[in-house]
Design a protein around this ligand. Sequence first.
Ligand SMILES: CC(=O)N[C@H]1[C@@H](OP(=O)(O)OP(=O)(O)OC[C@H]2O[C@@H](n3ccc(=O)[nH]c3=O)[C@H](O)[C@@H]2O)O[C@H](CO)[C@@H](O)[C@@H]1O
Ligand SMILES: C=C(OP(=O)(O)O)C(=O)O
Length: 424
Amino acid sequence: MDSIVVTGGRPLEGEIAISGAKNACLALMPAALLSSDPLTLTNTPRLSDIRTMSALLESLGCEVAALQDARVLAIGAERITNHTAHYEIVRKMRASILVLGPILAREGRAVVSLPGGCAIGARPVDLHLRALEAMGATIELRDGYVHAEAPAGGLRGARVVFPLVSVGATENALMAATLARGTTVLVNAAREPEIVDLARCLRAMGARIEGEGTSEITIEGREALHGATYRVVADRIELGTYMLAPAIAGGSVELLSGPGSRELVAAFADKLQETGIEIADTDRGLRVSRTNGSLRPVDVTTQPFPGFPTDLQAQMMALLTLADGVSKLEETIFENRFMHAPELLRMGAQIDVHGGTATVTGVSKLRGAPVMATDLRASVSLILAGLAAEGETRVARVYHLDRGYERVEDKLGACGARIERVHG
Ligand SMILES: CC(=O)N[C@H]1[C@@H](OP(=O)(O)OP(=O)(O)OC[C@H]2O[C@@H](n3ccc(=O)[nH]c3=O)[C@H](O)[C@@H]2O)O[C@H](CO)[C@@H](O)[C@@H]1O
Ligand SMILES: C=C(OP(=O)(O)O)C(=O)O
């Protein structure tokens, strides 16, 4: 199994290209199931999660062609030949549940393995299922699988009120509603940029949708959708992660995420600026610079968009371990998302975790250490910490990292970081 070895202490200078968003792409790919015409996605990231979704779609009868060095994916779902998403694939990636709504809406039936819990929390899918039931589906759970059936004549438009904000449940319901009979209103819908991206792509496929990016989305169901070509939005979590690289290591880096991309990370960028880091908009994205030696502590509470993203909490914690004072991080989305804390302790950080709150008392320096992470964002937070630490940090089990970060060693290495991948 590969490890990443980082030797800290070098300020970073240069630029980093930000890839297309993993989490947007993982919702856009199943949208292809809604039409018998091909959906072509451009700016797709080269990540293991994307390959897993391709394999899942192929197992359902789709043709998936990775073009232009896998920067473009052409997905043809002329016929869905298999209505079951098997556990062997679903267990690898929770986003597999996103095929449920599209298959059910187009074919009238679908069987999808329950994804099960994962390191960061239990992550049930009840809200996905309730939304589809509100559209008339009959759902049964048997032997670890969701068996869903649409009523005669197909799913019906409905008013779906989500008791809590769920990105995945909003995506599943949004996709299903595009082919339902009548109007669907999603109330308390997620507002994440990935939802906006999905709605725009569905509109390019002929769907009638209004209100994406607000908490109420209205969808007028259509008989059929057609093919389209759509460009995946920049990855705001990758962007935020690399914004933290010069913040923690020192130096100045331009993040090539496109003009106007600050709005993708506004709440995070505000917190980063509060610590004393400079952020400037550029024609190509954002420039982040650390000119001043000390970092101010800040308090952070994770929230659904437009709040501070849970997917940047671990990385922000790595920075705050070196602030001049005490910071509090409150995790409100997932019940077990502080797995990076004990590993950061091994590098000399001072962190107390009580329930959903981590109190971080800044230290003057971190020391390199062998560390290991059990989820994607925790893994990258240890790499960030390694950029600032004295000596060598070896981050083991980087398959988590490869789910969500493309060539992390090349992107940081090009800015002067001493970082390498060690095989075996
Ligand atoms: C592939 C993808 O896009 N993953 C993102 C997506 O995950 P995902 O879509 O799984 O996250 P949700 O927004 O659904 O989860 C939010 C909260 O709702 C709970 N919940 C969710 C669904 C449900 O049916 N019942 C229920 O109780 C979850 O356990 C969690 O506590 O949004 C999360 C929150 O921004 C991000 O951290 C993930 O990176
Ligand atoms: C939690 C994440 O992904 P997933 O929902 O696929 O587990 C993530 O991207 O940080």
